[in-house]
Write a protein that binds this ligand. Structure first.
Ligand SMILES: CC(C)(COP(=O)(O)OP(=O)(O)OC[C@H]1O[C@@H](n2cnc3c(N)ncnc32)[C@H](O)[C@@H]1OP(=O)(O)O)[C@@H](O)C(=O)NCCC(=O)NCCS
Length: 333
């Protein structure tokens, strides 16, 4: 008779136990961006809501920024790094094909027993990481660190009017672990690959192998197409995430969408039918769009400001290149 394979013991429920963020030292205002593109402070503010963003210096590497954010999240969770069983890094600006940056992050924080791997889902990467982490804890137990970390400036063409003013750098992290009560709802996620060219790298890396004089590949987007998709399709995804969690807009305390554009955020809040007393995270104004880092950074900021509180019911919604998306209802740490 064949031996039966043992299955791991997991947790019935999960929740976010702690959050941390790292913002690079250099604050860049719109006037500085206008040194590189033909634009204006007024145009950038009115089209995106962005007033400043952070750009990382050479010493603020992905590993360094992630270490700061992760260490804060682990301390906030009341844990020590040796309790972390898995590190998931959500990023698309790690310019080494291998090894994964998560292995460096695990080493830096001293999570010596942890599994470590990266996921790439553009600006939706962090919420994908939360979903995977929650399912991993439900299946296997332990504590999973999810880090969103980006150096968007490494993939920016500062002379490009479609991207130069939008993006910023930084890191945000959460720790997900077992809970006595439900703290992370079912996920709604997906991708529309037919629109993959709406946000993409201008050329694959091997263009440099074939032609070393080729311009370094950069990020490009069709801003209007992304805007329309986000406004019309992502509000539906948000409503679906509330439905599968068994709650309505009035049960929400906080909405933490990907920080892509203030007009997209406002339009979504209206389409979802959020009551005026729901706190809507607007880290975009001071931080720009930090892609995979934007949601944990916004979560940290909204909690630190006192506008949201531990125990609040929040909707997290990530979306971006792919075009990929993921949404989930979660209790704030
Ligand atoms: C990028 C974005 C701000 C551009 O705004 P827009 O209103 O769509 O701008 P358009 O491309 O339609 O251009 C409108 C006008 O502004 C001008 N313009 C475009 N970029 C400009 C810039 N950076 N500065 C000043 N003017 C600009 C255009 O030339 C055009 O001028 P015209 O009317 O005289 O022809 C907007 O499309 C957007 O936010 N999209 C979503 C992007 C996003 O969030 N991406 C990340 C997803 S993860």
């Amino acid at each position: 008779m064949k031996a039966e394979i043992a299955v791991p013991d997991g947790a019935r429920h999960t929740r976010i136990l702690g959050v941390g963020a790292y913002r690079p030292r250099s604050v860049v205002d719109n006037h500085e961006v206008c040194r590189y593109i033909d634009s204006s402070d007024e145009w950038i503010r009115s089209r995106t809501g962005i007033v400043t963003r952070r750009w990382a210096g050479p010493d603020e590497t992905l590993g360094v920024m992630a270490e700061h954010a992760a260490s804060k999240a682990i301390a906030a969770a009341g844990l020590t790094p040796d309790r972390i069983t898995c590190v998931i890094a959500a990023t698309f600006t790690h310019l080494m094909q291998t090894p994964a940056i998560a292995t460096e992050i695990a080493h830096r924080i001293g999570a010596t027993e942890a599994a470590a791997f990266d996921i790439t889902a553009g600006c939706a990467g962090f919420v994908h990481g939360v979903v995977l982490a929650s399912d991993a804890v439900r299946a296997r137990g332990g504590h999973v660190l999810v880090v969103g970390v980006e150096r968007m400036t490494d993939l920016l063409d500062l002379s490009d009017r479609s991207t130069a003013f939008i993006f910023g750098d930084g890191a945000g992290a959460v720790v997900i672990g077992p809970s006595d009560t439900p703290g992370i709802g079912p996920a709604v996620w997906g991708a529309d690959g037919s629109q993959a060219d709406a946000i993409e790298q201008t050329a694959p890396w091997d263009v440099l192998k074939d032609d070393p004089t080729h311009k370094f590949p950069a990020l490009r987007q069709d801003g209007q197409r992304v805007f329309r998709w986000a406004v019309y399709e992502m509000a539906k995804v948000a409503k679906e995430a509330l439905d599968v969690a068994g709650i309505g807009p009035a049960d929400l305390d906080t909405f933490i969408p990907h920080q892509a554009n203030e007009r997209i955020i406002d339009s979504m809040a209206k389409s979802i039918g959020l009551p005026p007393d729901v706190t809507v995270a607007k880290d975009i104004v001071t931080n720009g769009n930090t892609s995979g880092a934007s949601i944990p950074q916004a979560m940290e900021a909204v909690l630190a400001s006192g506008a949201a509180h531990s125990g609040d019911t929040a909707l997290l919604l990530g979306y971006g290149s792919g075009l990929s998306y993921a949404a989930v209802v979660a209790t704030l740490p």
